[in-house]
Design a protein around this ligand. Structure first.
Ligand code: NAX
Length: 405
């Protein structure tokens, strides 16, 4: 069984390599590639592979070239999606493969990770990717081994997480996920590209991200983020619906804090209108502080739970689309003057304890995010920020005590 699995992995890795890539491999040209022997895939047995040891294996080393030249030159970038057999991934993978995340010219190699019991489902996902005949997909690797999944990846989207089960205490959920994200943080630290951009989606997203970041000390902290873009999009949509204006006229809402019911959707700096000289602050346009301070905030905070009630299943397509928005803006940049929300490592700004993964207003350029600083925080906002900070600190304390950090 293991050798069949290994063969399947090899098929996945080598089956999709371009002729150009395979002809560059010294090992396969000299018939010495151990990967051709079942069970000795270089991705899982890298110590013994001469191609890897000489730094010339095309599977492992194409992505050692910097990501930026490849984004402009069209060389494939490696994208890992965990939880790849799940709900969100079933939308997300196809959005990535069709060019929505990195643009219509950027080729991608997909590294798909899920747990062993999901192997058959993952195989089905792989078959569907193949059946789409996506011109941008240059390779697919399906695996249940984090080492293989994270090997040289440029982008890691961590969707897979342990779901909350009936009767499960919040602490038990945190503990289960702390173990998963500790292992994945370590694997990224050891095997991913040194500039891998990490987005954590699996809940509790902020704290899972905090764990992964702390277990990957060799990677830049600024490369770790958690998803609050779905909340950001939900906030924009509520404002557009209230004002009966097109969505693309609503700008600069901010989600602060945790991706949970304590998050603070804030319209204080937002405006409506696309003309540079004709902009109305959201607060004046809505002209109903009662609604903005109560119903609006509660609707965004509770939207996930409402979707579950309606669909009997949690948000999937909207979550996948938010992941695409988050990654695309991070890597390709936000429009001039546009603020988006990303949960990133606090530097102490806005009196948020340094080191917490906290959703802030950011702008992005050249693959880096920059926190928008100096925004005025009202007394009302301060209370909301303190509440979500307190929740995140408690989560951090619990998670770190499980990990013995
Ligand atoms: P599913 O249960 O459909 O899929 C999760 C997948 O992860 C499963 O296939 C499972 O086998 C896999 N998995 C579990 N442990 C794993 C591990 N150690 N390594 C790799 N894969 C593993 O959930 P789905 O609806 O896709 O949601 C995924 C996560 O996103 C959940 O934690 C969910 O709460 C979270 N969400 C986060 C959002 C956000 O904005 N941050 C919004 C949407 C969503 O609620």
């Amino acid at each position: 069984m293991e050798s069949q699995n290994a063969q399947r992995r090899l098929g996945n890795i080598y089956g999709h390599l371009t002729t150009e890539e395979t002809s560059q491999c010294p090992a396969s040209n000299s018939n010495k590639c151990p990967a051709m022997n079942p069970g000795k895939c270089p991705a899982s047995n890298s110590d013994k592979c001469p191609a890897i040891n000489s730094g010339k294996c095309p599977v492992m080393f194409t992505s050692q070239a910097k990501m930026w030249p490849r984004l402009t030159q069209g060389e494939p970038i490696r994208v890992c999606v965990t939880g790849a057999a799940g709900n969100i991934a079933y939308s997300l993978i196809f959005m990535i493969a069709s060019g929505h995340m990195f643009g219509p010219k950027q080729r991608v190699a997909l590294h798909l990770l899920d747990i062993p019991p999901m192997e058959k489902v993952l195989k089905g996902v792989e078959m569907e990717i193949l059946d789409c005949a996506f011109p941008l997909v240059s390779g697919v690797i399906c695996t249940s081994e984090p080492k293989v999944a994270f090997m040289n990846v440029d982008v890691a989207i961590l969707v897979g997480a342990f779901p909350r089960q009936k009767g499960m205490e919040r602490k038990d959920l945190l503990k289960k996920n702390a173990e998963i994200f500790k292992a994945q943080g370590k694997a990224m630290n050891d095997y991913a590209s040194r500039n891998v951009k990490v987005l954590v989606v699996g809940n509790p997203a902020n704290t899972n991200c905090l764990i992964a970041m702390n277990c990957a000390p060799d990677l830049p902290k600024s490369n770790f983020s958690a998803l609050t873009r779905l909340d950001h999009n939900r906030a924009k949509a509520q404002i557009a619906q209230n004002l009966k204006v097109p969505l693309d006229t609503v700008h600069n809402v901010v989600i602060w804090g945790n991706h949970s019911a304590t998050q603070y959707p804030d319209i204080s700096y937002g405006y409506v209108g696309n003309h540079p000289h004709i902009r109305t602050p959201i607060r004046s346009a809505v002209n109903n502080d009662q609604w903005l301070q109560n119903e609006f905030i509660a609707t965004v905070q509770q939207r996930g739970a409402e979707i579950i009630k309606a669909r009997n299943s949690s948000s999937a397509a909207s979550a996948a689309w938010a992941v695409v928005n988050h990654m695309r803006d991070w890597l390709l940049g936000t429009p001039e003057g546009e603020i988006v929300s990303m949960a990133v490592c606090s530097d102490g700004s806005y009196d948020i304890p340094a080191g917490l993964i906290f959703s802030f207003p950011v702008t992005c350029r050249n693959g880096e995010w920059t926190m928008v600083k100096g925004l005025k925080v009202t007394e009302f906002s301060r209370k909301k920020l303190d509440l979500t900070t307190q929740e995140l600190q408690e989560e951090k304390q619990d998670a770190f005590s499980f990990l013995g950090i």
